[in-house]
Design a protein around this ligand. Structure first.
Ligand code: NAP
Length: 544
């Protein structure tokens, strides 16, 4: 019989995605005892859950992978320029095996609550399997897009066919061939799924509320030359990526779209369109801040859509006009717009005539009944805060996190929140997170947290908490930087606008990955300014 898992550890880590996996690796190396709770049956987080057809990363594979271990990055090979979900999940499993992470992970276990005991400086963490574990540190590696959201149309239970959410796709796969399928939503997930579903389905109807800008990925097989280009100087490339605004090397042009002639601007945009991917947004240095510059890029993409879609009325519906390009997450696709030229695909605009209800046979919209065999919800997530506020987290004074964040998330550096000592957030709101290459930002946070825990251990300190004043200043700064850009003008999930009733606050930090890293490093080097560090409770009492 194996020993029961210990009920007291140094650190509980919530989530075994890329954040939780690297965190447990780092803390074990520091000699800490760790227990990871993961709701899924396996590692991989986002890439474990999002198995919808066409799911793929839109950061290049050579850049969307761990950089902390030179052997690991040399040994792994990607088959495509942009890896598909199955390969990324395979990679996550490979890392878990190679680093022998599984003994620390308890799968199929969801953390339901965590309470801080101020007398002991320890967290008590509870799970849906009845575990009660105490730990000095509680580290939330819960992901930014991990709580899927379905709209609550009247009659949700009436539909007799199958329903799916892209973020909870069945692991055994779904055979949609020969079926009448609906996709609700046209965000990144839908834009990837639609071309693949269209090929299988008898008929596909897409319900679009807001059209999105999407750039062709130009995905293809990895070539030996390209792989060698990266691997021959991987540490240098990674270091350079860490200091960029987005955590991605993508050859940004450092001039305004207004500093070049019309012909030059067009040529630059054509060039970016031809090379594909999100680097389109790096064509000029002011697309996120200058409305006129942004208008040029947006109109360029609208014209591309018009040139690809045969039916002019459908093309106009697909051409986004209500928000600046990039202020809703830019999408990357393979044949998305061309898919609307297929005879078996119909686009339904629900911007003025919303979906009214689900019915036995499908759904009702604009007074019309639409019959389907399967309905796919590509309707997104309660992003950045939804997963954390659904856990019953009680801080030092018994206040819940949900209560503290009622008017929007408040953090210091996106790493900690005042009143919740010894609880770290990996890529929390207030950090670059979703505006960046997630793995770069995850590694930066995990390294910072591990460094902080080592610092405390070396000085016999056992409690760290964000200072409320430092937090207030950071929240202000996050806001100020956001409002210097065009981002807040869009009804995006960055703003919480996709969830009815959610406070509209720009949640990620848009100051740039490199600049943010420097700030975090400086704060650590100065002895963790803006944080209160405390000795163990008994020592503190004795000293009084
Ligand atoms: P999303 O971007 O939030 O898109 C949800 C879609 O559902 C939107 O088009 C939304 O319309 C629509 N919708 C929601 N409720 C609706 C309703 N009642 N009626 C009609 N339409 C409705 O979600 P997502 O596509 O899952 O993507 C979320 C994020 O995950 C992305 O932005 C990206 O950061 C990440 N992601 C990345 C990749 C990648 O790396 N390639 C792939 C997938 C996802 P409105 O816009 O009008 O609200």
């Amino acid at each position: 019989m194996t020993d029961p898992a210990p009920s007291t550890v140094d650190a509980v880590i919530v989530g075994a995605g890329f954040g939780g996996m690297y965190m447990v690796h780092r803390l074990r190396k520091l000699g800490l005892t760790c227990r990871v709770f993961e709701a899924g049956t396996g590692v991989g987080g986002t890439w474990y859950w999002n198995r919808y057809p066409g799911a793929r990363c839109d950061v290049e594979s050579m850049q969307y992978s761990y950089a902390f271990d030179e052997h690991l990055q040399q040994d792994w090979s990607w088959s495509e320029l942009f890896a598909g979900q199955p390969e990324i999940l395979q990679y996550a499993n490979y890392v878990a095996d190679r680093l022998d992470l599984r003994p620390n992970i308890q799968f199929e276990t969801r953390v339901t609550g965590a309470e801080f005991n101020a007398a002991e400086h320890r967290w008590t963490v509870r799970t849906d399997k009845g575990d009660v574990v105490t730990a000095q540190y509680c580290i939330m590696a819960t992901g930014c897009l991990s709580t899927a959201r379905k709209p609550d149309f009247p009659g949700m239970d009436l539909f007799k066919g199958q329903t799916y959410h892209t973020g909870h796709w069945p692991h055994e796969g779904v055979d949609l061939s020969g079926l009448r399928v609906a996709v609700i939503g046209t965000g990144s997930s839908a834009i990837q799924a639609i071309p693949v579903i269209a090929k299988a389905a008898k008929h596909l109807t897409v319900f679009q509320r807001t059209p999105n800008f999407s750039i062709p990925s130009r995905n293809g097989a990895m070539t030996p030359d390209y792989e060698t280009h990266w691997k021959s100087a991987y540490p240098d490339h990674r270091e350079a990526a860490r200091m960029t605004p987005s955590g991605i090397l993508r050859n940004p042009n450092d001039f305004s779209a207004l500093d070049v002639s019309d012909n030059e601007r067009l040529a630059i945009l054509e060039n970016r369109w031809a090379s594909g991917g999100t680097s389109f947004m790096a064509a000029f240095n002011d697309l996120a801040t200058n409305q006129t510059s942004n208008d040029h890029a947006a109109e360029f993409v609208r014209n591309k859509i018009r040139s690809m879609v045969n039916d002019p009325a459908t093309a106009e519906l697909l051409a986004p006009k209500g928000h600046p390009i990039g202020t809703k997450r830019i999408c990357v696709d393979t044949n998305y717009f061309l898919t609307y030229n297929r005879d078996n695909v119909t686009l339904v605009d629900v911007s003025k005539a919303p979906i009214e209800a689900m019915t036995e046979n499908g759904l009702r919209q604009g007074g019309n009944e639409h019959a389907f065999d399967a309905i796919v919800f590509a309707t997104g997530f309660d992003a950045m805060t939804g997963t954390l506020t659904r856990i019953d987290i009680k801080g030092r004074d018994g206040e819940t996190l949900a209560n503290k964040w009622e008017a929007g998330p408040r953090t210091y550096l996106g790493l900690m929140t005042a009143g919740f000592p010894n609880m770290f957030l990996i890529t929390g709101p207030g950090s670059p997170s979703v505006l960046s290459n997630m793995i770069v930002s995850i590694e930066q946070h995990v390294d910072w947290v591990a460094g902080c825990i080592a610092h405390m251990g070396a000085r016999q300190l056992d409690c760290i908490e964000a200072d409320p004043a430092a937090e207030d200043n950071w929240v202000l700064h996050v806001n100020e930087v956001a409002y210097k850009t065009l981002y807040p003008s869009a009804n995006s999930w960055y703003m919480g606008a996709n969830i009815p009733g959610k406070p509209q606050v720009f949640m990620p930090y848009i100051g740039g990955v490199g600049k943010y890293r420097e700030t975090c490093d400086e704060i650590a080097a100065q002895g963790y300014t803006g944080f209160q560090l405390r000795p163990p409770v008994r020592e503190a009492v004795a000293a009084e």
